[in-house]
Design a protein around this ligand. Structure first.
Ligand SMILES: C[S@@+](CC[C@H](N)C(=O)[O-])C[C@H]1O[C@@H](n2cnc3c(N)ncnc32)[C@H](O)[C@@H]1O
Length: 255
């Protein structure tokens, strides 16, 4: 069930969540922690993602890109490209792999990417994109919003690389509003998925990654703050669509 959710005014967010001392001590360690854990678990990512999304991941990603306005022939940047799950769907829509660039700080994730020949993969972060101003028609970022250092810096850099009237599509899992739904999602992500990961994965760190996954969802800035931060970065027509109260699609247009 999908719904359009109105935002209420809230303040701009800097970090997507407060530091999580169970995993790292400070901002510098957080970056290192993230790159290392994604590098070390990259080989398992697609397998666990299929379990996590009950096999619907590719279908959902493609639909979300179309809903945000991705069309044939558009030049696309996929931020936090990881193993390329969102990029693969974008290539199907734009029709030419050479129109896609993916960036990610984890070289290990990109080494495990199975993307069509022609896609350009670069080491880089959302906050400091190694691309020219106004060089793409569409920016997307799938499930990496919780991992950036600073949301305003990241959104400002999306704004910089987008052409005027270019479109943005951010996919993220949002903590459900209501207690029972929240408890069930926590049980699934923090209990069931790590248990499956221990059985099927090559790395013991994969179970830990998915516990971290829930902890960041739980601690993440609320949607109204994310929407307000997009506006502060210079985007217009900022909106959020939600499916099942969990899957958020943040859409916006560059002014
Ligand atoms: C959960 S994976 C998502 C991969 C892919 N987008 C997908 O839809 O499955 C998150 C990715 O974000 C990357 N990441 C972490 N910090 C980042 C940052 N500051 N900027 C861009 N990507 C980042 C990680 O290395 C990882 O590959």
């Amino acid at each position: 069930m999908r719904e359009d959710v109105e935002s209420t005014i809230d303040c701009v967010a800097a970090a997507p969540h407060a530091p999580l001392p169970t995993y790292y001590a400070d901002k510098e360690q957080r970056r290192e922690y993230l790159t290392t854990i994604f590098d070390n678990t990259a080989a398992d990512y697609d397998r666990i993602e299929r379990v996590l999304a009950l096999g619907s991941g590719a279908w959902y990603r493609k639909k979300a890109l179309v809903r945000a306005g991705l069309q044939h022939g558009m030049r696309v940047l996929d931020v936090g490209v990881g193993t390329g799950l969102l990029t693969k769907e974008a290539v199907r829509i734009v029709g030419d792999a050479a129109l896609l660039t993916g960036i990610d700080p984890s070289v290990g994730m990109m080494k495990n990417a199975r993307v069509p020949k022609g896609v350009v993969l670069l080491k880089g972060r959302a906050e400091d994109i190694p691309m020219e101003n106004a060089s793409v028609d569409f920016v997307t970022m799938g499930y990496a919003l919780r991992h950036v250092d600073d949301l305003l810096m990241a959104f400002s850099s999306f704004h910089r690389v987008l052409k005027p009237s270019g479109r943005l599509c951010l996919l993220e899992i949002t903590r459900p509003e209501y207690g029972i739904a929240r408890a069930l999602l926590k049980l699934y992500l923090r209990g069931v998925i790590p248990a499956i990961a221990r059985l099927v994965s090559d790395s013991r760190e994969t179970a830990r990654l998915f516990r971290y996954y829930w902890d960041t969802i739980d601690a993440c800035a609320p949607p109204a703050q994310i929407l307000e931060t997009l506006r502060a970065a210079g985007f217009r027509d900022v909106r959020r669509q939600v499916t099942f109260g969990i899957f958020s699609e943040y859409q916006a247009i560059r002014c």
